[in-house]
Design a protein around this ligand. Structure first.
Ligand code: PLP
Ligand code: COI
Length: 364
């Protein structure tokens, strides 16, 4: 976007978390339970446009019970990470791609679009002020969560005339707490995530709300994540509750479901396709059926599968379960291609490897 970012007013938190308490939290933060001292806020109204940009103390919001988001779920969000680089600096991974996806999600949810510059500046300013919150745990990072919701006090069903855009930061370790080398998946046969014409390609809270019952079913069956099939035929693998999926074959090729409008266009997904192709690997964006998945796993044609996303990075898939039975992928642990491609991505993100695509965006 050509428009200049607004100047963010800085209101420092007068009561930040004491240093000793912070150090304890950062030694083992887990995922999404620890938060930094500040947040970014920008307000929107149809009358004033975007205004009142500030970085302020992180604190509870005061919302009218009739705020539209509480009734009709007009809400979108993003997820990206900031890393400490090998040279001590700080950087984000492809934040411009998140800014663009946020704008696309806003459009789908009939919300006003925030400029790419405002989005990026809000994050840069927040990471700067909370720069002492990087986890000390191996593989740790700052998980940045920009989000926007309808705040108009009105019960009519229409796009809100007022919104709040916020950014919060959670210092995180790994997404999966088991620390297991590979995750297990449950195939949801009762529930689908998104239908053609729906909101599957947008990052809106409602998609996740509707996925929870299926995720609970996965957990009940001892699985880490749910995998969704398409809504029309209940046949084609789409994605996981919060990650895209890749398949690796014994001829060295990779495959991932195409962006049909019902799955989230993952930034990790797109980055991994680029890295794999640069290695000379064939990557297909083609539909893959659950029956084919099972028979390829059993015949040995499929050697590896992995999930990918900002939170999960690259996570090997070891086994798949459904009411029709279970099957194992390869030896049930991480495969060589999965590990190699993950390392390539992580090396770029951490500033260890070369960054030929300009994906690393330094802060400060
Ligand atoms: N699919 C879903 C449903 C997600 O929630 C995510 C996470 O953001 C992804 C895929 C992966 O997207 P990205 O790689 O941009 O984080
Ligand atoms: C992310 O990876 O950013 C997500 O939104 C996934 C969510 C399950 C935490």
């Amino acid at each position: 976007m050509a428009s200049a970012a607004p100047k963010f007013a800085i209101e420092r938190n007068a009561q930040p978390v004491p240093v000793a308490d912070r150090a304890k939290l950062l030694a083992d933060p887990g995922f999404g339970r620890v938060f930094t001292d500040h947040m970014a806020v920008v307000r929107y109204s149809d009358a004033k446009g975007w205004h009142d940009a500030k970085i302020t103390a992180r604190k509870p919001l005061s919302l009218d019970p009739a705020a539209a988001v509480l009734h009709y779920a007009q809400e979108i969000f993003e997820g990206l990470k900031a890393y400490r680089l090998a040279d001590g600096g700080m950087a984000m991974f492809r934040p411009d791609a998140n800014a663009r996806r946020f704008r696309a999600s806003a459009e789908r949810l009939a919300m006003p679009q925030i400029s790419e510059e405002t989005f990026l500046e809000s994050i840069r300013q927040l990471v700067q002020i909370d720069r002492d919150w990087f986890p000390t745990v191996e593989g740790g990072s700052l998980y940045i969560r920009p989000f926007m919701f309808a705040s108009e006090v009105f019960l009519g069903v229409k796009p809100s005339s007022e919104y709040l855009y916020l950014v919060i930061i959670s210092p995180v370790g790994g997404y999966f707490k088991s620390g297991a080398p590979a995750v297990s998946l449950w195939i949801s046969q009762n529930y689908t995530r998104a239908a053609p014409g729906g909101t599957g390609a947008a990052k809106c809270g409602g998609n996740y709300a509707s996925s929870l019952v299926a995720q609970a079913e996965a957990t009940k069956h001892g699985c880490d994540q749910v995998v969704f099939l398409d809504a029309a035929e209940h046949k084609w693998v789409e994605e996981l509750g919060g990650m895209n999926v890749f398949f690796v074959f014994n001829d060295g090729s990779l495959q991932t479901p195409p962006l049909s409008g019902t799955i989230l266009p993952g930034i990790t997904r797109e980055s991994l396709m680029t890295l794999a192709r640069a290695e000379g690997l064939t990557v297909r964006e083609e539909p893959y059926s659950i029956d084919q998945w099972r028979s390829d796993a059993q015949s040995g044609r499929l050697t590896e599968a992995f999930a990918c996303g900002t939170a999960a990075v690259v996570t090997p898939i070891g086994s798949v379960k459904s009411p029709d039975g279970a099957f194992t992928i390869g030896a049930g642990g991480p495969g060589q291609t999965t590990l190699r491609i993950k390392q390539k991505l992580v090396d770029i993100q951490r500033g260890v490897g070369a960054d030929p695509y300009g994906w690393v965006s330094r802060i400060g």
